[in-house]
Design a protein around this ligand. Structure first.
Ligand SMILES: [Zn+2]
Ligand SMILES: [Zn+2]
Length: 69
């Protein structure tokens, strides 16, 4: 099974909760990580925000980790 970063969106439950082992659920949700070079004060949304990876609020998993293409 191949996962792509495009398959995830803000507020979605951490994919680790959907693992085969349901007894080992993470329970977190995906949120955008803090933008590195935010320039929203100039023009929002800036590239730093729109390209920020989704991260799990609980375990810190990054959706970006799956984007190996
Ligand atoms: Zn920004
Ligand atoms: Zn998680």
């Amino acid at each position: 099974m191949t996962l792509y970063v495009e398959d995830y969106e803000i507020g979605q439950r951490c994919p680790l909760t959907a693992a085969d082992n349901e007894a080992d659920q993470c329970g977190g949700v995906l949120m955008l990580s803090a933008a590195v070079d935010c320039s929203c004060h100039i023009a929002a949304p800036c590239a730093g925000c729109t390209e920020a990876p989704l991260v799990c609020t609980v375990c810190g998993w990054e959706a970006e980790d799956l984007d190996h293409d």
